[in-house]
Design a protein around this ligand. Structure first.
Ligand SMILES: [Zn+2]
Length: 444
């Protein structure tokens, strides 16, 4: 059974002891058996000896039963469809999906209807978030008005209104001069520019990866070069402008090579990968049809091998889902006409943990990609770390629990996922935001 709670109670004087936990903090390398104490919304203490002589009276006890207790996970790329397409997802359902996935912080993309391109629209969104969100919810603002790629937004005032960074995701910024100006402005503001890297002229309306499968199905393909051309161009611009450039949902071996070279040169570039891009190849389209259609598309084993190498050597900093809810009408059509994207929040953790179970990364290395490394990309160093005085955003998870993913049971309003009756290992048992449980499963 799953239960959800809005984190809106007054817990000023409430203390909670999380005992019998395996405490993992990837930021410091901590991995010990011990306990953690929260006081109100904050982490008050943690360590191996804490409560070794018992928990004093007046403190609530949550027995973690040897599960992992780690910093709350972040998903730094989600589409909650607010404003404009609340029939696909809204703040309440999107953040419930996050909580169920062990995620305590999400970052929404700006390609809503209307787009998040003015301080007023962003302020309205944050009002809705304040009432409805089960987890911490931030938003990117658009780089250009209407994400049309022509006219820069008022980035300074969007920053004051709470933008976490800037992105036209859904679309790339195609014009090099506009991109240069955006990067210059973001650098001045100390903010990240996040690119959906795709040369749309080269993609030419393609719907899946260009290769054997697109030829077999006789549909138009999107070549790897579509992504790599924009990443290479943007890295040249980054040399001109300075600042922090981030590649969203990287998918090709060429783009990963480009990021690796740029990092070696000392450029401030980061990138993230979505779990589906290292679990599935474009062959999944044969079985899952439109549920395996996303942008960037599923690629080939060669690209997966490059992603795994990139995750291992640090070229790829973070894992983020590109959670993209769509209703049936958007997906129950021909492959060429279907909307791009799949939901991801409730499958991020088990899919990422495949990296651990397949011995590609250690457990702490996997969690790093969804905790402090993700927090650093959005310039929020207070998130994703176990630190006394920080907000008690925590995830309790069982990395070895076997379960079957069933999209019909998702809290997300949309069920578009290729991971149907997919056997996975590992899941969140309890999710805590600012010291309050927002989600729990029966076990703890
Ligand atoms: Zn995108």
């Amino acid at each position: 059974m799953q239960e959800f709670f809005l984190p809106n109670k007054d817990i000023k004087n409430k203390k909670t002891a999380y005992i019998n936990a395996r405490l993992i903090d990837p930021a410091t390398g901590l991995d010990i058996n011990g306990a953690l104490l929260t006081d109100g919304q904050k982490i008050a203490d943690f360590g191996p000896g804490l409560f070794s002589s018992g928990v004093p009276q007046g403190i609530d006890i949550i027995d973690c039963k040897n599960s992992v207790l780690c910093p709350g996970l972040l998903d730094i790329q989600v589409h909650f469809r607010v404003p404009g397409q609340e029939y696909k997802e809204d703040i309440a359902t999107g953040t419930k999906a996050a909580a169920a996935g062990g995620v305590t912080t999400v970052v929404c993309m700006a390609n809503t209807i209307p787009t998040i391109d003015s301080p007023d629209i962003l302020t309205d969104l944050y009002k809705t978030i304040a009432h409805e969100a089960y987890v911490k919810t931030y938003s990117y603002a658009a780089i250009t008005m209407g994400i049309q790629g022509f006219e820069l937004t008022d980035m300074q005032h969007l920053k004051y209104a709470g933008a976490i960074g800037f992105s036209d995701d859904g679309k790339p910024v195609m014009n090099s001069l506009i991109m240069r100006r955006a990067m210059e402005q973001a650098a001045r503001l100390g903010m990240v520019i996040a690119q959906h890297a795709e040369d749309v002229n080269l993609s030419d309306g393609g719907c899946i990866n260009e290769g054997k499968i697109s030829r077999q199905l006789r549909v138009k393909g999107i070549p790897n070069a579509s992504e790599a051309i924009i990443v290479e161009r943007d890295l040249l611009l980054l040399e001109l402008t300075g600042g922090h450039y981030h590649v969203l949902h990287i998918s090709t071996h060429q783009a990963i090579d480009a990021v690796r070279r740029a990092k070696a040169k000392g450029l401030n570039v980061t990138c993230e990968v979505a779990p589906h891009h290292f679990i599935l190849t474009d062959e999944a389209v044969l079985a899952s049809d439109t549920m395996a259609k996303m942008n960037p598309p599923l690629r080939t084993q060669k690209d997966i091998d490059a992603i795994l190498a990139g995750l291992k050597d640090g070229t790829i900093d973070a894992i983020a889902t590109d959670h993209a809810p769509h209703d049936d009408a958007s997906k129950n059509v021909h492959l060429s006409d279907a909307a791009f994207g799949i939901v991801g929040l409730e499958t991020m953790l088990p899919l990422a943990l495949e990296l651990y179970h397949k011995k590609i990364l250690s457990l702490s290395e996997v969690l790093a990609k969804m905790t402090y490394k993700a927090a650093d990309i959005i310039h929020q160093p207070q998130l994703g770390r176990l630190k006394i005085g920080n907000d008690a955003d925590l995830t309790i998870l069982d990395p070895d629990m076997k379960w079957q993913i069933s999209p019909q049971e998702f809290s997300s309003k949309s069920k578009n996922s290729p991971f149907v009756e997919y056997t996975s290992t590992g899941r969140a048992l309890r999710t805590i935001v600012r010291g309050q449980t927002v989600y729990k499963m029966n076990l703890v």
